[in-house]
Write a protein that binds this ligand. Structure first.
Ligand code: SAM
Length: 263
């Protein structure tokens, strides 16, 4: 029985499962990490690639079933626990080794989980996730659209985003109430708009979008003066959703400069 509290909607449509596996295209030299394997709908195909596979599953009741299905395969490594608290970097053994992360994610924790993974971007080669379609649209949004927000900016700061395809509720059991979609996130080797401090970028973006209807001169009042905003070559009369990623990075860098001048 699927448990709501763990965000369990198991994939049952073999056509969609195949399509997801083809998009991932795992090969035997890969090191995969699956978050929330559930009953193993994707796990089986992932293991068939011959790649090393770590899985993290929170629900204790699913552990015996997963052990029974895959426990004899030496490529399979099962971790019972919360992916939100898991030290992803501890899975990589060799210097420079990177993980390919996969998951039909529990939708109730998808945003914090993605922020957690972004903090490990240096050990991740790519990520393929099933998410609420609306969340994928937010990740892939362009500046100026109503979907452009904190999630968009932080994801696009670290990763290239590709909305691959949509998945209707009938492909799951039980069927979720919302449409879903598959997204591919590929962390940049070299960030296109590197900020002097990721933390300050997060701070500026969070503060700006706390009141998305207001202009920057109002929302950023506690962090940056109108003068500072103009020094960063940004129009302080704009609303946060009108700013590009590059402009947010310039604001964060101005904040960094202020903090370092003030000592
Ligand atoms: N991958 C399976 C599939 O496609 O059929 C299951 C997907 S289901 C949407 C999400 C899975 O994530 C469930 O098995 C659930 O128990 C597990 N899960 C929920 N919260 C988790 C967490 N914090 N850490 C790891 N797994 C979690």
């Amino acid at each position: 029985r699927a448990r709501k509290r763990f965000g369990q909607n198991f994939l049952k449509d073999s056509g969609i499962i195949d399509r997801i596996l083809r998009s991932i295209h795992a090969v035997s030299t890969d090191h995969l990490l699956e978050i929330g394997p559930g009953q193993g709908a994707l796990t089986e195909g992932l293991l068939a690639s011959g790649a090393l596979l770590d899985v993290i599953e929170l629900d204790q009741d699913l552990i015996p079933l997963l052990k029974l299905r895959f426990g004899l395969n030496t490529l399979f490594h099962l971790h019972q626990g919360d992916a939100l608290k898991f030290d992803i970097a501890s899975l990589t053994k060799d210097e420079g080794e990177k993980l390919r992360v996969v998951g039909n994610l529990p939708y109730n924790i998808s945003t914090p989980l993605i922020f957690h993974l972004l903090s490990h971007h240096h050990v991740i080669h790519d990520m393929h996730f099933m998410l609420q379609k609306e969340v994928v649209e937010r990740m892939a949004a362009d500046p100026g659209s109503s979907d452009w927000g904190r999630l968009t900016i932080m994801v696009q700061y670290f990763c290239q985003v590709e909305h691959l395809f949509n998945v209707p509720p009938e492909c799951f059991t039980p069927a979720p109430k919302v449409d879903s979609a598959i997204v591919r996130l590929t962390p940049y080797q070299t960030l296109p708009y590197p900020a002097k401090s990721h933390q300050l970028l997060e701070l500026v973006v969070r503060e700006a979008f706390n009141q998305r209807r207001k202009t920057l001169r109002n929302t950023l009042k506690r962090l940056l003066s109108v003068d500072d905003i103009e020094k960063a070559n940004v129009d302080s009369g704009l609303r946060p959703e009108q700013l590009t990623l590059a402009e947010f990075v310039r604001l964060a860098d101005q904040l960094y400069i202020n903090q370092h001048i003030e000592g």
